[in-house]
Ligand binder design. Structure first.
Ligand SMILES: Cc1cc2nc3c(=O)[nH]c(=O)nc-3n(C[C@H](O)[C@H](O)[C@H](O)COP(=O)(O)OP(=O)(O)OC[C@H]3O[C@@H](n4cnc5c(N)ncnc54)[C@H](O)[C@@H]3O)c2cc1C
Length: 358
């Protein structure tokens, strides 16, 4: 049986494939399962042993199961197998069959670089956010704007000097070893300048290696970062935006609203702990609503969901970007999808972190 955390991660994986990666599932149906006339493929359920699909053909609906080569223990193992079915489907597909969204994403990651950069300054933004400015080694870092995020790799010795030729491959080769001194997590580029970036680190309860590193690191220390990538991709006709973010995703939203067209409107729902964790921000038209968790813990706030249930939205030309704790974001996504009949291209929801039972 999957544990609770893995069940939630699998639920999110199924929703994402069914809503966003339909083209990949159809490709798997056509060229991995070798079925003719596949119009739509949906993941029905996933167990430790197999994945159950419902496949719409031109004239009927059929059920198919793909058995995993070995028992899986969670969402990341399932993803690995899905990628392998996708690559086998690609081998069997005609040469001119269009690349799927997921294939394009994977292709993009192959060309990403690792950069070694140094802490320049640290600044307090609120009671639970600190800004770290990194400088140097970033001459070739592209400015993707919006929610551009990087994979931050840190060493348990805070003063560790990364060798100049250290890359994500070195990190990956060590990751299965016991006593691996490196840890990593994704963080957003809040602001980009030449050879310099600002990143906002949330300091949270039960801090993991990255929050500890950010809290303790001093000027001059180095970090390895790999990326950047983005998921923010509103359809061309978008002229109205809804942003939903806890502290971890507020840098992405602040960066995205800087680039919006002047005539476009937006609303931000920013969840934070309380008044002391709210930061100062120029918001002359009151487009940012702050929602406090107060006594509730991060990832368990109920006010944000209530606020979303009360929303009165015109979904025409609307794009919704939401990120925060995975389970919370998954509930929000379901509510918005149900209430406002949003098309899949009008939404981008990402679990930025996962609440674990500590
Ligand atoms: C695309 C992307 C962009 C992101 N951008 C940012 C960013 O700009 N700033 C930022 O701070 N984070 C950001 N995150 C989230 C960040 O990667 C996670 O919070 C990460 O888990 C932190 O690692 P850690 O080592 O501190 O904690 P972990 O070792 O991962 O977790 C340790 C414990 O802390 C809990 N935990 C983790 N994060 C939080 C949190 N935020 N609040 C409360 N409890 C938490 C976990 O449930 C666990 O119990 C982003 C994530 C993604 C996927």
């Amino acid at each position: 049986m999957f544990d609770k955390d893995n069940l939630e991660a699998l639920e999110l994986l199924i929703d994402t494939y069914n809503d966003t990666d339909q083209d990949t599932l159809v490709l798997i149906g056509k060229y991995y399962l070798k079925l003719d006339k596949v119009i739509r493929t949906r993941i029905d359920k996933i167990s430790e042993k197999e994945i159950s699909l419902i496949i719409s053909l031109e004239d009927k609906e059929i059920h198919k199961k793909i058995k995993f080569p070995k028992t899986v223990d969670g969402a990341s193992a399932v993803s690995t197998f899905l990628y392998s079915y996708l690559s086998e489907a690609r081998i069997n597909a005609p040469k001119d069959y269009p690349k799927t969204r997921l294939e394009k994403l994977i292709e993009n990651t192959l060309n990403l670089e690792t950069y070694i950069t140094n802490v320049k300054t640290k600044k307090i933004i609120s009671s639970n956010i600190i800004e770290i400015t990194f400088e140097g080694g970033l001459e070739n870092l592209p400015d993707l704007k919006n929610d551009a995020f990087m994979y931050f790799m840190v060493h348990k010795e805070i003063d560790h000097k990364f060798p100049k030729n250290f890359t994500i491959q070195n990190f990956r080769s060590l990751s299965s070893q016991e006593n691996n001194p490196y840890s990593a997590a994704y963080y957003t580029i809040k602001s980009y300048r030449e050879n310099e970036i600002d990143v906002w680190f949330v300091l949270h309860d039960h801090p993991g290696p990255l929050a500890i590193w950010a809290d303790q690191v001093k000027e001059g220390s180095s970090v390895a970062i790999w990326g950047p990538r983005t998921v923010f991709s509103p359809p061309k006709e978008t002229n109205n935006y809804l942003f939903i973010a806890d502290e971890t995703a507020q840098p992405a939203v602040l960066s995205a609203i800087e680039n919006l067209h002047k005539n476009h409107s937006y609303t931000c729902l920013f969840e934070t702990q309380n008044k002391s964790s709210r930061f100062k921000i120029n918001d002359p038209n009151n487009q940012i609503s702050w929602i406090y968790r107060d006594q509730e813990l991060a990832g368990e706030g109920t006010e944000l969901i209530k606020c979303i249930e009360r929303l009165n939205l015109n979904s025409k030309n609307l794009y919704v970007f939401g990120a925060g704790e995975a389970k919370q974001i998954s509930s929000i996504r379901k509510i918005l999808k149900r209430q406002f009949n949003l098309g899949t291209k009008q939404m981008s929801f990402t679990g930025y972190w996962r609440k674990l039972a500590n």
